[in-house]
Design a protein around this ligand. Sequence first.
Ligand code: ATP
Ligand code: MG
Length: 261
Amino acid sequence: MKVLAIANQKGGVGKTTTAVNLAASLAHLGKRVLLVDLDPQANATMGAGIDKAKLKASVYSLLLGESTIQQTIKTSESGGFDLLPASRDLAGAEVELVEASERETRLKSALAQVKDDCDFVLLDCPPALNLLTLNGLVAADAVMIPMQCEYYALEGLSDLVNTLRRIKQNLNKNIEIEGLLRTMFDPRSTLAQQVSEQLVKHFTSKLYHTVIPRNVRLAEAPSYGRPILAYDKSSKGAQAYLQLATEMLARHNSLDAVPVV
Ligand code: ATP
Ligand code: MG
């Protein structure tokens, strides 16, 4: 099982769109995927076709020890993956966990129980470095950072990299940056091209070759409770996320293939 946090404290950069569509793409390629919605906005939950208003258990009850992981898991029919859904009360978990013991490691402990049942766990983190994101980063083996190619993106990135460094020192020594993903890319924008060139220069091997284009179909799909593959498979957005999943799997396979001496 590989646990991948999709994180960036900057809002609206495509974290949730990436989480839902990468989950569906990996599932399409035959992988067993669990998507975890760590954001009280519950956009990933709704985007996977699960009604957040009808939940009996959610990440909130799971983190507070009021439901088991088996009671909390739902299946996204449109996505072909499993989901730990969020609901609005997740915002309160922050406050309620502050006093609790092992407050940063609760998600990690819960996920340990399903480690033989999934190939990939994707964590959709909220746009903040709060206790929910911290639970995600403590549970994660690696972080995927979606970013828009705009001027302030690079500034935000150094904050995130510093945070990850601190987490590596104190809470999760194994965490790595899996990769940086360029999202909502508009090739006609000169600024986007310049920022993209900077990223290539500074982060060479950490940058995914796959670039997610701006594509209106990606923005439409969540209102139908479907990942893009189930909404418009031939769209540029669907093809891009499939390519991302393929690139990710190829990277992992080549790592597995490295002989252990
Ligand atoms: P938040 O920080 O609020 O959680 P986020 O980082 O999860 O936001 P998304 O919700 O995935 O970002 O995307 C923000 C908005 O941009 C959404 O309305 C989404 O539908 C749209 N969007 C995301 N990616 C694309 C894309 N490649 N093309 C067009 N629209 C996109
Ligand atoms: Mg989001």
